[in-house]
Ligand binder design. Structure first.
Ligand SMILES: [Zn+2]
Length: 461
């Protein structure tokens, strides 16, 4: 006996894999869901679409996550998919999602297999999960094999061919002379020992531009100089491996992916010579890089001091680094201009009028210091095993909440007692500016409205 779904509200979910099976194309899947719902009298609210590759991770599945949220909040009556495998990539994920759906009282329908969630017992759900897993694995393997075969045949499988090339209708690289002459020039200049920035400048001055029409930058120049494809053969990117006795990961030498050659733009000899010059360059260690706001920025969420995390282009707080908090941190590219603007604005204001805010609450700052001291004490206790992780975490959390309250309600507070040009002339020298700001005891954070606020300066040292 078929169930009656008439008048129920459904959400469709569609996902493609990169293989080109027309039955699985997005428009076909969407149409199939629409037809099915129409035939059953189901009100189809919308069809969520994810155009993902066949990876296994949840990332880039925004609509899948949206679907899960709709299920969690019981915002729909039915979920409709074309293939059971669209409902989860692994067996675990599939089973969990079906169970969640059932628990929320929502029906699950997979059209092709004729699966209906409420009619399946636990064993059937598990069995279907096994076949979902197998199907997804096969699909992924087929996709990987396809790419590898295409590469082995000398085809360029990535979407955009390197600067200097175009793809012909068979996906082979062919020369594009207007760009190829620039690639040769870049290599010649590199052999003449110009660095990336100099090369970019020369190219821009001669009126050359990137494929996008934008000006050249040193980053693009190095990318071209390091690309072996210009020697006339496609390589697999070398695997990254850990060097013995070191945490540094180095890339192994790339190996040819094919025996088929495409037109070379530079010789292997040139490539090797240029890359020898590049690798001989002294590398600037990232650890000595000084950031504008290192040690003077405070976490808007927990009040802890923040330092720059170069790898992720963020300032992160010490609590996060220790794994005590889940603070998200601040993007370097967002917060630095904000603080510079703030400084510039203050500088301007300061030239006209200088008024220290009346409502400075010194007691707040004292309270904050006390809380910080209490937190340090807790840290010590925890480290010395005098308290359990649970107690520690809840107490630290309580303190963090209090610090946050104080931080957020702290008024914008003028402590500019220096003359107008003091910071202005340093604005382009982040290292010197950082040093000066630290010396002046400046502390910055953000309020609830994400505006820059200054925390009270205590004993500049
Ligand atoms: Zn924090």
């Amino acid at each position: 006996m078929r169930m009656n779904f008439s008048g129920k509200i459904a959400e469709g979910y569609v996902r493609t894999s990169s293989e080109a099976n027309p039955a699985e194309s997005i428009p076909n899947q969407v149409r199939q869901i629409q037809d099915y719902c129409a035939s059953q009298g189901i009100i189809l609210q919308e069809v969520l679409v994810d155009e993902a590759e066949t990876g296994v991770l949840s990332a880039n599945r925004d609509n899948y996550l949206k679907l899960k949220s709709l299920i969690k909040h019981k915002a729909i009556d039915i979920v409709v998919v074309n293939f059971a495998s669209r409902f989860g990539r692994s067996m675990d994920e599939w089973i969990v999602t079906v169970e969640e759906t059932k628990k929320a009282g929502i029906e699950f329908i997979s059209i092709t297999e004729g699966l209906i969630g409420s009619e399946m017992n636990a064993m059937q759900v598990a069995m279907a999960g096994v076949s979902v897993q197998l199907e997804n694995e096969n699909r992924r393997r087929a996709c990987d094999d396809g790419l590898r075969n295409a590469k082995a045949a000398g085809k360029f499988v990535n979407s955009t061919p390197p600067f200097g090339y175009r793809k012909d209708e068979n996906k082979y690289l062919v020369l594009y002379e207007p760009e190829a002459i620039q690639v040769r020039l870049i290599n010649e200049l590199a052999l003449a020992r110009h660095n990336g920035a100099e090369i970019a400048k020369i190219l821009n001055e001669r009126g050359f531009r990137k494929a996008s029409g934008a000006e050249w930058h040193s980053g693009h120049i190095y990318k071209i100089l390091r690309n072996r494809t210009y020697c006339g053969i496609i390589h697999h990117l070398g695997e990254r491996v850990k060097e013995p006795f070191s945490n540094e990961r180095i890339r192994c030498t790339p190996i040819p992916a094919t025996t088929r050659r495409h037109p070379a733009i530079i010789s292997e000899d040139t490539f090797e010579k240029v890359n020898l010059l590049l690798s001989a360059k002294p590398k600037i260690s990232k650890s000595i890089k000084i950031h504008l706001l290192s040690r003077i920025l405070y976490c808007p969420e927990c009040g802890a001091r923040m330092i720059a995390d170069d790898r992720n282009n963020r300032y992160v707080c010490n609590n996060h680094r220790k794994g005590i908090s889940q603070c998200v941190g601040l993007k370097i590219g967002d917060i630095e201009p904000k603080v510079l603007d703030y400084l510039a604005q203050k500088q301007k204001d300061n030239c006209h009028s200088f008024d220290v805010a009346d409502d400075v609450n010194v007691s707040e700052d004292k309270e904050r210091d006390e809380l910080l001291a209490a937190r340090r004490k807790l840290n010590m206790k925890f480290v010395n095993l005098q308290m359990s992780a649970e107690v520690y975490q809840s107490e630290v959390h309580a303190i963090n909440v209090k610090i946050q309250e104080i931080t957020l309600c702290q008024k914008k507070y003028d402590i500019f007692n220096t003359d107008c040009n003091d910071y202005q002339h340093l604005i382009n020298d982040h290292k010197a500016l950082n040093k000066k700001l630290r010396k002046d005891g400046m502390k910055f954070s953000l309020n609830k409205d994400k505006e820059v606020i200054q925390l009270l300066a205590v004993n500049p040292t």
